[in-house]
Design a protein. Structure first.
Length: 412
């Protein structure tokens, strides 16, 4: 009986130690975490910030924040939202993906993706006034990440289902122009069955001239109607220049700011006029004492600051050229893009850097622990301060709890 009693005590001790290390680690991190909600300077007091939230699970929403980060309105009702922009009439254009039974060639239920027009002040209470969408084989590999209305009234779409860029007449329900990526890249037999290129962004940068982000090749393309691809940024697909980027923002000929997602940073690239190659001129790894974690949008504002959507840290931040925080907003989990209203896609100037300016240090990638944490964040909304350390402590505690539980069972 004495041996069994020792087993119980040891089992209980292991369980309590597990609880203690988890509680102390999470508690200390919560208490010492930097404040995400900060407004250091009222540089543009009459502006708002529009955020497209992809969210884990069914957490997609479009949220509008006032200058202090307070929610003005929020519209959900989707699996995910990505690109957001406010039109001249106040309506919000947002790309989305959701579940439907109208599935075209696919078995219901299926996913459809496209754009929604949102009026947050709709008198009948139905903020989603209209939508245009089409069925896709899988939401993960095929949802529309970006679309915008052109001056002609046509919709410009970055299509991941067939890996194309096209314009669409919403009145006649017809494509009016299309560029297929197979004109440049070797295509698989059926691009709808694989995440081939993951074209995730297209922006009009001139009359019939578009900037395209091809995520899986680490490249940006400059595309002209009637000419095709006229310039490639990161021709060699060098991951030290770009790695699975999102939402490049054109700053004028020879400069672009990009959310360099898998490198956990934002970069400004300049064309070297002597060599024609694009080089990193400005880099941000850290904002407000917090390392960027999978940023997916970066916009240069007309006031010269940079607006960053820091996806896995669940925040939107505005910083100066030297990295000082102007504003920082805590937003719903996994934001995809933020737009400063009323500026939208209009931009400030490139930074006149001398050499390569670097702010902060690169976020460390810990084998096993970082992929585990990343996977959990895609399923569950976690606080920004949860790190690989917390994953390790949780795994150690789980081993202690299992061992302790076995000892308690043996003592029965």
């Amino acid at each position: 009986m004495r041996g069994n009693s020792d087993l119980s005590r040891r089992g209980l001790l292991l369980v309590l130690v597990g609880v203690l290390i988890v509680g102390s680690t999470f508690g200390a991190s919560w208490a010492l975490a930097p404040d995400v909600d900060r407004v250091e300077s009222q540089t543009d007091p009459n502006t708002t910030t529009l955020v497209g939230v992809q969210g884990p699970g069914w957490g997609g929403n479009v949220t509008s924040l006032d200058n202090n980060g307070t929610v003005q309105w929020s519209v959900g009702d989707a699996i995910s939202y990505q690109d957001v922009s406010q039109l001249d009439n106040g309506t919000v254009l947002a790309t989305f993906a959701d579940k439907y039974r109208r599935c075209g060639p696919y078995e219901p239920p299926c996913k459809r993706t496209g754009v929604r027009f949102i009026d947050p002040e709709a008198e009948d209470g139905d903020e989603i006034t209209s939508e245009w969408s089409y069925p896709v084989r899988t939401r993960k590999d095929s949802e529309v990440h970006d679309a915008e209305l052109l001056p002609s009234g046509e919709l410009l779409v970055a299509d991941m289902e067939y890996e194309s860029i096209f314009t669409y007449n919403l009145s006649t329900d017809e494509q009016t122009w299309v560029w297929n990526a197979s004109q440049r890249y070797d295509a698989p037999p059926d691009p709808t069955k694989t995440d081939w290129l993951h074209i995730n962004d297209v922006d009009r940068i001139g009359d019939g001239r578009y900037l395209v982000s091809v995520r899986n090749t680490n490249q940006l393309l400059i595309l002209e109607r009637g000419e095709g691809v006229v310039e490639v940024i990161n021709e060699d697909r060098d991951p030290s220049i770009l790695d699975s980027q999102h939402n490049p923002h054109w700053l004028g000929d020879g400069a672009v700011v990009v959310a360099d997602s898998e490198n956990d940073r934002v970069v400004e690239l300049h064309r070297n006029e002597s060599t024609g190659r694009w080089e990193v001129a400005w880099t941000v790894y850290e904002v407000g004492g917090i390392a960027l974690d999978w940023p997916r949008d970066a916009d240069r504002l007309p006031n010269g600051n940079t607006l960053i959507t820091d996806s896995r840290n669940n925040r939107v931040v505005e910083i100066t050229q030297n990295g000082s925080v102007v504003r920082s907003y805590d937003v719903p989990s996994l934001p995809y893009e933020a737009d400063r209203v009323p500026y939208g896609e209009s931009s400030g100037d490139p930074y006149g850097t001398q050499g390569h300016d670097v702010i902060g240090d690169r976020n460390l990638n810990v084998p096993v622990l970082t992929p585990l944490l990343t996977g959990v964040r895609h399923v569950v909304a976690l606080p920004f301060w949860v790190s690989e350390l917390h994953v390790l402590v949780t795994l150690v505690a789980a081993v202690l709890w299992i061992a302790g539980g076995l000892l308690l069972v043996l003592d029965r």
